[in-house]
Design a protein around this ligand. Structure first.
Ligand SMILES: [Zn+2]
Length: 321
């Protein structure tokens, strides 16, 4: 807190920032290639005006706890425990591989990229459903504090720093792969082709200190709660929407969620599972392009390393493409 206030004071003295930019929530993608939106990209950092920093779905593109892009992390969110979100593998280094074939060569099982980062940063992991006990055990096994795994089940919330965090339903699956369990039981499970139960997957609703409400869809199909809860109760103004098809809503379904159900001011595309950009420009014929065309509100492309700033109304005030 003291650090961020001091920095804000210094900036106010040296840079003529508008009140809007100072109060904005900053969103920085940590993707597979600097300046691009790539196949495995999920991870985003949200920074509240008070300085609270949240890492959402670390996945495979964050190069472990030593990734210099992380900085201080107060909270980690995990929509569900599938490997591409919790991080069963990770990049050997920032920007390793290519946009279409990102490097994810470092195995992170049985602990996961998420847990290793949480321990190194002293961050809380806030999850819903039955996931907190699983993460508490993993934190302990990795030398961290199991009490740092915190529950925010549907309808309940946790406030950490300047941000209120709750979970909302996602229509997906949430089986824990045997690789995270180990031992003889894991062998039997792998042989039988089954996963372990850790409760349903989730999306999140975050309420920042400037009043901005953000919906993180997680991996999901179309849900009734996107209308009834996310718009009806929380009135989310910015949405991070998964558009990859096959595993989640595709561009058409995702645009329906935006246009008819949540009705935010703007949206950040996510989880496109494709090489979506070249030289920072969306490639013709991609799912990302189809989603941008179908969405009735501005779609911002999460170019890795490029910080976007959003005001309380969900409008981008700086850094958007
Ligand atoms: Zn996924």
């Amino acid at each position: 807190m003291l650090r961020s206030l001091t920095l804000a004071t210094l900036l106010a003295l040296t840079v003529p920032l508008t009140a809007t930019a100072q109060d904005a929530v900053k969103v920085t993608p940590l993707g597979g290639q600097e300046g691009e939106f790539c196949r495995l990209d999920r991870a985003l950092i949200f920074e509240d005006p008070t300085g609270t920093r949240i890492l959402y779905d670390a996945g495979r593109t964050v190069a472990g706890p030593e990734d210099p892009r992380l900085g201080e992390i107060d909270v980690i969110l995990v929509s569900h425990v599938h490997g591409d979100h919790i991080g069963d593998r990770r990049a050997a280094a920032v920007n390793a591989g290519t946009c279409g074939q990102p490097d994810a060569s470092v195995s992170m099982t049985p602990n996961s990229n998420t847990v290793e980062i949480a321990v190194a940063k002293g961050a809380a992991i806030v999850t819903g459903s039955e996931m907190p006990r699983f993460f508490a055990g993993k934190l302990k096994a990795a030398g961290g504090d199991p009490k740092k795994s915190v529950l925010a089940r549907f309808g309940a919330s946790q406030t950490i720093g300047g941000v209120k965090i709750t979970t909302v339903p996602a229509v997906h699956s949430n089986g824990l792969a045997p690789d995270f369990i180990g031992g003889e039981m894991a062998e039997h499970m792998a042989e039988a082709g089954i996963t372990a139960y850790v409760g349903p997957p989730t999306g999140y609703v975050l309420t920042f200190s400037n009043g901005l409400v953000v919906y993180l869809s997680g991996d999901t199909g179309i849900t009734a709660e996107q209308d009834l809860v996310v718009r009806g109760h929380y009135a989310a103004k910015l949405v991070v929407m998964n558009i990859g098809d096959t595993f989640t809503t595709g561009p058409t379904e995702a645009a329906y969620v935006i246009n008819e159900l949540v009705k935010p001011a703007s949206v950040i595309a996510s989880h496109a599972n494709e090489e979506a950009t070249k030289d920072g420009q969306v490639i013709a014929g991609t799912r990302s392009e189809a989603f941008m065309k179908a969405s009735g509100v501005p779609v911002h492309v999460p170019l890795s390393g490029r910080t976007m700033s959003f005001d309380a109304d969900g409008l981008c005030v700086e850094g958007c493409s």
